[in-house]
Design a protein around this ligand. Structure first.
Ligand code: HEC
Length: 334
């Protein structure tokens, strides 16, 4: 779907939580090698003794990781002539190699990207979120760890003058031979979708319990052709979003409902019951098991263009002047 439209329209939902600061700077990571999408191998550190490598954990569907793709590309291009190499790693089990290739093509990424099967590198780095970056020197010492910048914060994108370009500043300082002034920052973005290991004491399954809960609370938007950034109708995809689903439900971000309870009850209130939330939490905590396909509910009918009961009283056409959507940033309501 043309995602950029929704980036603008739904910026209000972009309330990414801050991760607890678990410092990684000044620790030494083990060398690793991954196979890039084009089949070449990406070794970190490289044999050429590059001065610095920026390892960035990507995500093809996380709204925030997508917002940061053009920014990363710009930084990679700016620093390439100065012996700084960027490497993109996708550790999400829900992103296939094809998804990653499509993401690379869409944003015309110039740096190499690789799938991290079974999230081995993410585990070694203890990376938690998409768009989390590590700057490593040739001895694999972490010289900076955290966010790219603070442009996108809960619910707002800042005006450019207020942004601290943490990654760029850290690289400039390192290249000038200075210590990094802020070597560790909090990371925003969706939790990395790690592989799950089903536990034997699991009470709930996807087929019997969770598919129905998602149909009740989420699928209205999270289906093919609707406004959610990914569909929550397919088990493989859902498992990758498991931890993140619990995070957004627990902090009240999803399902989105902004009406204040102080102003009475609304007929079409989009609220999720505490019982549904608890089943979702327990299911994720016990490894998100699939269960028996025979117990799956029937799929919901496909989304309609107009979801409300009454037909609209008036339909206003878009003005016919062209509107240019910028490659990066947020568009205010027009
Ligand atoms: C009314 C439509 C709607 C419903 C219902 C809805 N979502 Fe979303 N969801 C969205 C949109 C739109 C986004 C993208 C927000 C953005 O671009 O910042 C989103 C984003 C997300 C994300 C990515 C993280 C984030 O905050 O952007 C997760 C995870 C998610 N939804 C889970 C759920 C779950 C779980 C449910 C059901 C309990 C649910 N959503 C119900 C519209 C919806």
């Amino acid at each position: 779907m043309p995602h950029s439209r929704w980036v603008a329209a739904f910026a209000v939902f972009s309330c990414f939580l801050q991760a607890p600061a678990t410092s990684r700077s000044e620790t030494t990571m083990a060398p690793f090698t991954l196979t890039a999408l084009d089949g070449t191998s990406i070794a970190v550190p490289s044999a050429m003794a590059d001065d610095f490598t920026v390892v960035c954990f990507l995500g093809t569907e996380c709204p925030l990781a997508r917002l940061y793709a053009p920014r990363l590309n710009e930084l990679a291009e700016a620093f390439a002539p100065r012996n700084v190499r960027f490497v993109g790693i996708d550790s999400n089990c829900q992103d296939s190699a094809e998804d990653l290739q499509a993401f690379r093509d869409e944003f015309q990424l110039t740096f190499p990207v690789a799938k991290d099967a079974e999230n081995v590198v993410a585990d070694a780095f203890r990376a938690e979120r998409m768009s989390e970056v590590f700057v490593l020197d040739s001895a694999m010492l972490v010289r900076y760890h955290g966010r790219i910048d603070d442009r996108y914060r809960p619910g707002v994108s800042r005006t450019v003058t207020n942004v601290r370009d943490d990654l760029r500043i850290a690289l400039e300082e390192l290249l000038a031979g200075k210590p990094v002034s802020v070597p560790e920052t909090d990371v925003t973005g969706c939790l990395i979708g790690r592989v799950k290991h089903e536990q034997s004491n699991a009470k709930y399954t996807y087929c019997r319990d969770v598919a129905r809960i998602l149909q009740r609370n989420c699928v209205e938007c999270h289906q093919e052709g609707e406004i959610g950034p990914f569909a929550l109708t397919d088990y493989e995809e859902i498992v990758g979003w498991a931890d993140m689903m619990v995070e957004v439900v627990d902090n009240g971000r999803m399902p989105p409902w902004h009406a204040s309870p102080e102003h009475g009850a609304f007929a079409n209130a989009r609220t999720m019951s505490e019982a549904d939330k608890q089943v979702l939490r327990d299911w994720v905590a016990t490894g998100a098991p699939y269960g028996e396909a025979a117990e799956l509910p029937a799929a919901l009918p496909p989304a309609k263009a107009w979801n409300l009961e009454r037909e609209p009283d008036l339909v206003v056409a878009m003005r016919d002047r062209p509107f240019v959507v910028p490659a990066e940033g947020t568009v205010e309501y027009q």
